[in-house]
Design a protein around this ligand. Sequence first.
Ligand SMILES: Nc1ncnc2c1ncn2[C@@H]1O[C@H](COP(=O)(O)OP(=O)(O)OP(=O)(O)O)[C@@H](O)[C@H]1O
Ligand SMILES: [Mg+2]
Length: 443
Amino acid sequence: MKILIADDETDQRNLLKGFLEKQGFSVFTAANGREALEAFQRLPIQLVLLDHRMPDMNGDEVLTEMKSLQPTVRAIMITAYGSIETAVNVMKLGADDFLEKPVDLRLLLEKIRWIEQRLAVETEAGDVETAMEDGDLPIRMVSGSPAMKEVLSVVRRAAPTPWTVLIRGETGTGKELIARLIHELSPVREGPFVVVNCGAIPENLFESELFGHEKGAFTGASSTRRGRFEQASGGTLFLDEIGELPLTLQPKLLRAMQEKRISRVGGEREFAVSVRIVAATNQELKRRVEEGLFREDLYYRLKVLDLVIPPLRKRREEIPELVDFFIERYGMTPVRFSAEAMAVLVKYPFPGNVRELEHIIQRTVTLARSSVIEARDLPPDIRFIDTDQSGSLGERLAAMERKMLLNALDDAEWVQTRAAEQLGISERVLRYKMAKLGIRRKE
Ligand SMILES: Nc1ncnc2c1ncn2[C@@H]1O[C@H](COP(=O)(O)OP(=O)(O)OP(=O)(O)O)[C@@H](O)[C@H]1O
Ligand SMILES: [Mg+2]
């Protein structure tokens, strides 16, 4: 990494330079703000260590200027001891970190290493994102959060290897999408991508499904059939819901993976297959191992590279971008979500993750009557979810009231007389409350 040190004190400059060079960094120095900016325009600097107080320009000004020249530049501001306000301010200006004088070298190194790691993640994720944007990949996806950048960075490194990747994540988090991305970035991208849903195949048909069968191997085997392994030859075999793989079949899969040879059911001959394996699960596979439902040797064979996709509620910052992404996919006419509607979506915990959000958008934009979608156009179970226990008494009572009204209306199939009766209020009061709480029947 290329580092620029800007400090007006010669001793301090030399001390930091000597230390960082010994750690293997290439280091440049500047004695004031102007010199720093001049060097910055000339050299491919990735990180600056900026003394906050310099005679000509202060660190804030230098940083602002550098950020406008090169928004991705990283910076650590070196501030006077105890000046917490300065520190807060420099973080707002886009510094990655700050250190107080006198500089603790071990701490400095720790911070630099951390920045270096994030830089690597962003570069790798950026490669994948660029390939998607340029249309070099037949896949488009949203990856705005640091958590998803981390996922893309691992994908970038895992894809070219022959190792098995185990993708873990809750339902609807994008496991299959990531599996396809791995395939598209791999050396076997020209080959087939074959999906086996291990949860959907009856146990007695499983072996034939995976490995194929010869004619007459069992009743009903009226002709020879190639299994998924063979179909995926020269490409990627995606074993979805691998946790559901019957215990009896696990040794056979393990063997096929280790020896790279298979034989069809009822077949004499063994033959070689070359497939890249990617598996996915939404279960705690480790727990299934402990419970004796999943073989430990297979588990370790599968998780050579382990990739975890975080649930959507842990990367809420992606929700607005995902909303736009799905509007583009499903909207016939231009629509947008009002700020209030977006706020409702961002708060919702999405147990069904990205797929659930996708369905909500699909449904709402299809039914939308105007170009702006309001909160009341969203399905009631999303609007009135108990997101947390905070809020004033009034807000929480209103939320509770809404929920009770909606439940009663649903039970009564929106016949207001019946709903009012169930709630023990008059129909007039019900109508008044519905208007006040913005409850409206949806088609
Ligand atoms: N980051 C993303 N950007 C855009 N679309 C996404 C993203 N993640 C998931 N999706 C979309 O969400 C839907 C669900 O994704 P996918 O089928 O890959 O999830 P999954 O984890 O395999 O779900 P399940 O566990 O239910 O099989 C798909 O339509 C997919 O294209
Ligand atoms: Mg899936």
